[in-house]
Ligand binder design. Structure first.
Ligand code: ATP
Ligand code: MG
Length: 317
């Protein structure tokens, strides 16, 4: 929070430059992505279906090859230094893919082995306990519920102690209680120094969890901002006044107010900050009365992160 912008590749733990991906079908899923993820942050990638979130994550994790551009993970190029880059990354995929006949313990332990890490039962036990899967350690995966299977995927992704964790829609289909538990695990990981990148459709989730938020639409990143800054924007509210008689122009006495006149002059819109020391509404209404402007109706409107998101995605189309 409040950190300077990190353009330098040295300070970004994930550095994506000029990344494009055109699938064999000819479909351009990523159209020139530049993105720097800061060490130790929780970054939420928001975007509608088909925006390119999974494609972007898959390229960074080395599952899908990029068409052009470069990606490095903690200084390791994902193409020329794949093994090292992949060894520091954990991925919780969007699709539930688990070995149905294996036990929880076996599948999570095996996953660690895939990264060439020496067996560490104590670590596997810690991870399973954190994810409330310890009592299921000897159960076959196919006997678990959907939410449990998703937690197994998280356990697998953490089995090799990655320093960067990608979570692709981790809470899709997970109940409210479990979602809270999951977020506690994610926060604990962040507190232990793990950098976290998650995708979500749930704006509240990004709002609750993220340090920064990125919005992707049609293969392009259209916004990256501190969550705190977005929330500050949320603090803005609009007061709409429907006038009794349309006015041709704003009187001079109202020039100092952040007022906008509608095209037909029938409405005035006043934008104010709900988090500021005063809204200025009382003064404004007094000044309107002094200017002889009366209104027949009024309403207030507060833009939500959802509004911002929807209008951004619309603008980008
Ligand atoms: N293997 C593929 N071949 C061709 N097109 C693909 C392939 N995988 C994805 N796409 C297309 O690329 C676009 C981006 O897909 P992607 O899965 O990255 O979106 P997403 O943002 O993760 O969406 P969702 O929110 O639904 O998970 C989509 O239009 C999709 O149809
Ligand atoms: Mg996806």
């Amino acid at each position: 929070m409040g950190q300077p912008d990190m353009g330098a590749s040295t300070s970004a733990i994930i550095d994506v430059r000029g990344l494009t991906k055109t699938y064999e079908t000819g479909f351009a899923a990523l159209k020139g992505i530049d993105l720097q993820i800061r060490r130790g942050e929780i970054f939420a990638l928001l975007g509608p279906n088909g925006a390119g979130k999974t494609t972007l994550i898959s390229v960074i994790c080395g599952i899908v090859s990029p068409t052009t551009g470069t990606v490095s993970a903690d200084g390791h190029d994902i193409r020329t230094d794949f093994r090292h880059a992949r060894s520091i990354i954990g991925l919780v995929p969007q699709e539930l893919t688990t070995d149905a006949f294996e036990t929880v313990w076996a599948t999570v332990s095996f996953s660690r082995g895939l990264f060439g890490k020496r067996a560490n039962p104590a670590h596997i036990e810690t991870v399973l306990r954190q994810l409330s899967l310890w009592d299921k350690k000897d159960s076959k995966i196919m006997t678990l519920s959907g939410g449990m299977k998703r937690r197994v995927l998280i356990a697998k992704a953490l089995s090799h102690e990655p320093s960067i964790l990608f979570l692709d829609e981790p809470t899709a289909g997970v109940d409210v209680q479990l979602r809270q538990d999951m977020w506690n695990v994610v926060r604990a990981l962040r507190d232990s120094g793990v950098t976290i990148i998650l995708t979500t459709h749930y704006i509240e989730e990004a709002e609750e969890m993220a340090d920064r938020i990125g919005v992707i639409s049609k293969g392009e990143i259209i916004l990256v901002e501190e969550k705190a800054e977005l929330m500050r924007k949320l603090g803005r509210k609009q007061l709409r006044l429907a006038l009794t008689h349309p006015i041709a122009a704003l009187p001079e006495s109202l020039a100092d107010f952040a007022l906008e006149r509608s095209a037909d002059g029938g409405e005035l819109v006043y934008t104010y900050d709900t988090k500021g020391p005063r809204t200025g509404i009382t003064t404004l209404l007094g000044a309107l009365a002094d200017a002889g402007i009366t209104f027949r109706d009024l309403s207030t409107h507060q833009s939500s992160l959802e509004d911002i998101f929807v209008s951004l995605v619309k603008e980008a189309t």
